[in-house]
Write a protein that binds this ligand. Structure first.
Ligand code: FRU
Length: 497
């Protein structure tokens, strides 16, 4: 073994697979839309600072969601205030009348104004900006706001979709701790339809934020379901901001949750998956999402290096019928495997017995991004550790017990003797549904993060990793059978050469 260090990087190295801003502070993904061969990614941006500040919309485009080209800042704060999060659509038939009969791009954002000296003194309303040149320049709509201040504070993050069955545009809007649905024929005049969320799912002291709404077919089941995704703001003394979702039906005016109101479904079980949004108008009916790998608890404090904040690898969302009901399943977009100069290696199938170890990647002098997948069946009573980003402790442990499969995740959070943040280190157990004995895992480890998708991505664990990457570590990724035995049934690792 070479020397082992587990300290966080004072100067983080840019990830090679993940989107980061050209400089300065970034938070939520915004305005995700596909138009004319390009995936657009806007994001909450403060180009003048490394901490959250007056919000702009940064902008980038890509043809494959992996290689991004930075474009000019799309939205700047103005007399209406900062430009908070929101969405984008293609106005194919010029319903808005803003595009001279041609298709055009529309952004929906929240204008946020400070209205006094106390922290709670602010107001928010909903605004539009449009582009007639494929998103290269933007004009704010002269009739802003399209939805005025409602008389309460937290009123933000408009997500607009086309609802085919009712032939209306629908806007989902975070309002305090509920989601309101508005509808419109022309994208400019909106009327309130309903409100969802009271006594539903998870509530903290923080507001609900960044809703998303889409319909998907159920794999292995019948028909389709509507999914409502909601960011839950950080409460006091909690592990911070996280993302929940509801499964049910949206009939054009109301969302009906098909689960018990107190059932909480998490889109990610780790700490750093927030403000997730899906692309509007993605080709082939794909539902592709991207999230901010961060947590408001410590987002302003994570190590920076002239830039701060990164997005997940884009993921394709499916709906899976499980023994406990319909759940979201996630996988990295296949484009990930098609890009970059990967060195590919198959993982050998076969048995690994107690005490056995399987190298998933070779020892390396410095950390290289890895995209891997592995599947294995576990004998009764067996226990498996996976070391994917931390040399000193496994990231993941699977235990097959009499009652099923338990997964444990842990993350260190120390810089030498200094705790980075008391909520950063974490360790939790999760029973896995629908599997007595087998595990599939897809992972991506890059500079600064680890993304884990387990059992067809029904479980997602997305985490910042602060291990220093320029010290020499025993950086081999490996699996160790602590007890019992397993049968490897397939796998592959792609290492960025
Ligand atoms: C979520 C959020 C949004 C808001 C934006 C401000 O992370 O708080 O609700 O629009 O960030 O930057």
């Amino acid at each position: 073994m070479t020397s082992v260090a587990n300290v966080y990087a004072p100067l983080p190295v840019r990830p090679l697979l993940h989107f980061t801003p050209p400089k300065a502070w970034m938070n939520d993904p915004n305005g995700l839309v596909y138009f004319d061969g390009e995936y657009h990614l806007f994001y909450q941006y403060y180009p003048e600072g490394l901490e959250w500040g007056p919000m702009h919309w940064g902008h980038a485009v890509s043809r494959n969601m992996i290689d991004w080209q930075h474009l000019d800042v799309a939205l700047f704060p103005d007399e209406r205030g900062m430009c908070f999060s929101g969405s984008a659509i293609v106005d194919h038939n010029d319903s808005s009348g803003l595009f001279d009969g041609q298709p055009g791009l529309l952004l929906f954002y929240t204008a946020h104004r400070v209205s006094g000296s106390a922290a709670e003194d602010y107001e928010q309303d909903q605004c539009i900006a449009y582009s007639c040149d494929k998103g290269r320049s933007w004009q704010k709509y002269a009739g802003n706001p399209v939805i005025p201040v409602p008389g309460f504070r937290d009123f933000r993050d408009p997500k607009v979709i086309w609802h085919e069955a009712s032939q209306y545009w629908i806007m989902a809007l975070a309002c305090g701790q509920t989601i309101r649905f508005y509808r419109s024929e022309n994208l400019l005049d909106w009327s309130l339809c309903s409100e969802f969320g009271e006594h539903q799912g998870s509530h903290t002291e923080g507001p609900w934020e960044c809703p998303d709404l889409f319909e998907l077919p159920v794999e292995g089941g019948t028909g389709s379901r509507w999914v409502l995704v909601v960011g839950v703001g950080a409460g006091k003394d909690s592990w911070g901001s996280f993302t929940q979702y509801f499964i049910g039906d949206f009939d054009g005016t109301h969302f009906h949750n098909e689960n018990a109101p107190d059932k909480v479904l998490l889109m990610d079980h780790s700490r750093d998956f927030y403000a997730v949004q899906s692309w509007s108008d993605a080709p082939d009916n794909r539902r592709i999402v991207i999230a901010w790998i961060n947590n408001w608890l410590y987002a302003n404090k994570i190590p920076e290096n002239g830039w701060r904040g990164m997005m997940t690898i884009p993921r394709e969302i499916r709906l899976v019928a499980t023994t406990e009901g319909v759940r979201i399943g996630q996988r990295f977009v296949p484009e990930l495997g098609e890009q970059r100069a990967w060195q590919r290696a198959m993982i050998a199938c076969g048995a690994v017995d107690e005490g056995g170890q399987l190298a998933l990647t070779m020892a390396q002098e410095s950390i290289k991004p890895v995209h891997g997948s592995i599947s294995f069946a576990m004998q009764p009573g067996s226990c498996v550790d996976l070391y994917l980003s931390q040399p000193e402790q496994p990231d993941l442990t699977f235990r097959r017990t009499d009652s099923g499969l338990i997964m444990s995740y842990q993350r260190a959070g120390q810089n030498g003797d200094d705790a980075f943040d008391r909520f950063f280190p974490c360790h939790f157990d999760l029973p896995i549904i629908q599997s007595q004995a087998s595990v599939t895992l897809e992972w991506a480890s890059d500079n600064g993060s680890l993304e884990l998708l387990i059992n067809d991505g029904i479980y997602s664990l997305t985490s910042l990793q602060l291990c220093q990457s320029d010290v020499v570590v025993d950086n081999m990724q490996k699996l160790m059978v602590v007890s019992g035995g397993i049968e490897i049934t397939g796998g592959q690792t792609n290492v960025l050469g």
